[in-house]
Design a protein around this ligand. Structure first.
Ligand code: MG
Length: 369
């Protein structure tokens, strides 16, 4: 099979709640997502999606995704989309780094491989584990009282895992964590995600102030070394996210016992192929994972579901359903949250059919369609 054409679409994804706020005064009102369509000489088409969390979260931004995909696309015509390792090696030869640029292309090729073999991507990634998977809910940064109230709101929707966006003023963050913790019920999980927002001394203060609270601390500081220092001074379980951007960082973190859980985002590491490699390493090392992406709509949510649902539940810390946060649906067939959980599609490939009327005209087209 050969790739004969690559197209990219730009789509805006507004939020039901109007705005999503996290550390450092960062906020997004409308997400800028890119959908990639890959056509083949076998008559199959695959779809992928990449949606950075604005330009200031990871070294990734929406226009950069489209520019990078346009840079790669002409050289990928004629490549076999079903030989994923070869395809990734080719992309890495053509463009050094920029893993997020490659993610939607890799995702679309998994969609094609699934359709070509008649198997859902979750089967190709190891097979579904159980009936469905548990999701976390991110709680946008707000006053301690409002964030605590959101715990009850989201529990009513079935969620039991609550990720507070902290990483602001440490005194306010201590209040946020204590207020939210008071809302917890047996079986709930609370995560305080600072998204790199604290300095090391601020993180030390917060970790000490919440030492008697049942809470996980996620990515307290910008640098790995700062996070490690905090880790070595707190008994709270530690999640690392932003600094875990490739397999070597997983190995380094494991050697240093720097974390209990990692946050594995598909586009942060370059696509499903590389995310699966990290997922499988973490299974061998006994490191739990939240499996998700930076953000996205229906296609990203479908890809997350296939990787997460094929991960044994004992090491799947949580996952997420980004398509429920946004007001626009870009594909049919994507997972829909039921009682705080979701399941991967059992249809071949990713199991999604893009709504072409929502995607509109492509921003660029390479090859034949
Ligand atoms: Mg995080």
């Amino acid at each position: 099979m050969k790739i004969t054409g690559i197209k990219a679409y730009r789509v805006e994804l507004p939020l039901h709640e109007g705005s999503y706020k996290w550390s450092g005064g960062n906020a997004v009102d409308v997400f800028d997502s890119t959908v990639v369509a890959i056509t083949t000489d076998a008559g199959l088409s695959g779809y992928g999606e990449i949606c950075p969390l604005g330009p200031a979260y990871l070294p990734a931004y929406a226009a950069g995704a489209r520019t990078g995909i346009a840079e790669l696309a002409p050289s990928l015509l004629g490549e076999d989309p079903t030989t994923l390792a070869n395809l990734n090696r080719r992309m890495d030869q053509l463009l050094r780094g920029h893993p997020y640029v490659k993610s939607a292309i890799d995702m679309a090729c998994w969609d094609i491989l699934g359709q070509a073999t008649g198997q859902p991507v979750a089967t190709l990634l190891g097979g579904r584990c159980g009936d469905d998977i548990a999701l976390y809910r991110a709680i946008s940064q707000d006053s301690p009282a409002n964030m605590a109230a959101k715990v009850a709101t989201y529990r009513a929707e079935g969620y039991t895992k609550f990720q507070l966006k902290v990483g602001g003023d440490p005194d306010t963050d201590i209040e946020r964590i204590r207020a939210a913790a008071k809302m917890l019920q047996s079986g709930d999980t609370l995560i305080a995600d600072a998204n790199t927002g604290w300095t090391q001394h601020q993180a030390m203060r917060v970790a000490d102030a919440v030492r008697n609270v049942d809470v996980y601390i996620e990515q307290p500081c910008m640098r790995y070394e700062e996070c490690l220092a905090v880790r070595q001074h707190t008994d709270r379980p530690m999640v690392l996210d932003e600094v875990i951007d490739d397999i070597m960082m997983v190995l380094r973190g494991h050697r240093d016992q720097a974390m209990d859980v990692i946050n594995l985002k598909i586009s942060k590491v370059g696509g499903l192929t590389k995310a699966r490699q990290i997922r499988d390493l973490c299974l061998s090392l006994g490191i739990a994972m939240t499996i998700e992406d930076s953000w996205g709509g229906d296609i990203v949510t479908a890809a997350i579901a296939h990787l997460a649902h094929s991960t044994p539940p004992e090491l799947l810390f949580s996952s997420t359903d980004f398509n429920s946060y946004v007001t626009v649906s870009i594909a049919e067939g994507a997972p829909q949250r039921v009682n705080g959980r979701m399941a991967a599609s059992t249809a071949p490939g990713l199991g999604v059919q893009p709504r072409l009327e929502v995607l509109g005209n492509p921003v660029f087209t390479v090859g034949k369609h």
